[in-house]
Ligand binder design. Sequence first.
Ligand code: GLV
Length: 319
Amino acid sequence: MTKIFITRLIPSSGLNLIKEHFQPDVWSHDLPPTRVQLLESVRGVDGLLCLLTEKVDAELMDAAGSQLKVISSMSVGVDHIDVSAATERRIPVGNTPGVLTDATADQAFALMLSAARRIPEAERYVRAGKWITWSPSLLLGADLAGATLGIVGFGRIGQAIAKRAQGFELRVVYYSPNAKPVFGAQPVDLNTLLKESDFVSINVPLKDETRHLVNENFLSKMKPTAILINTARGGVLDQNALYNALKSKQISYAALDVTDPEPLPMNSPLLELENCIIVPHLGSASKKTRDQMSVLAAQNLIAGLNGDILPNCVNSDVY
Ligand code: GLV
């Protein structure tokens, strides 16, 4: 019998598709399996459906065994998977691109507006009973209209942010070697982007080349009034450097959907800052998007188990 391990309860749209063909073993606890539990649970499986919370490395693939035919992640990012190790073992790796583009671009915009208009600070102010009167100078923020948005990484999500930015009358520049200009956005080099942008949105995948791309040097080139938005991966940003830049007001504000590590430890100094918004990795967190992601993940898993080419494969050199 084909053995499948699914590392968490995924939406029924995807799970039912899998159940039409197979009888998967589903980890149905709220917390992900520990490393030890994961190594134990994958033993002898033909297919693995994981989330971004699981580190899928060579050790895990070997613990599963040489019969492992497919690794399908219910995520677009695959930085939690050692794709080279999978390729060496001729295991196709699937991801879920496209369906979460709009939700993630919406989240970037939600964070941009929240930071610009200081919404979480304002909410804390009301709940603390500090709202005594309307004041001409209370909790003043920044305008979007007429400001410049710099998008670092102009792939699907970066472009969807640029599309939304047109409606908000933002000027958009981007840094992304080889990406074609769309939605009125203008390609520039990174130094120009950092020098000119009032908002900087990070939209690159986490790779060796992008780890700590946002470091002390990067932050020192931003405007003191600038707002940084990260909906990509926490590892793209050096959090100590960000803390120093926010604390010293070298930049004005940051809004993070992602951190390193996740969850962010409660003793992180970033949590002491008024000018930093942090939410728990919710870029794709809409009902419809998560349903669609589960369907794509299920389709990749089923294709891999049947020996077919995965509809969304990140290492198609295995074929
Ligand atoms: C979310 O961050 C994803 O990669 O799908």
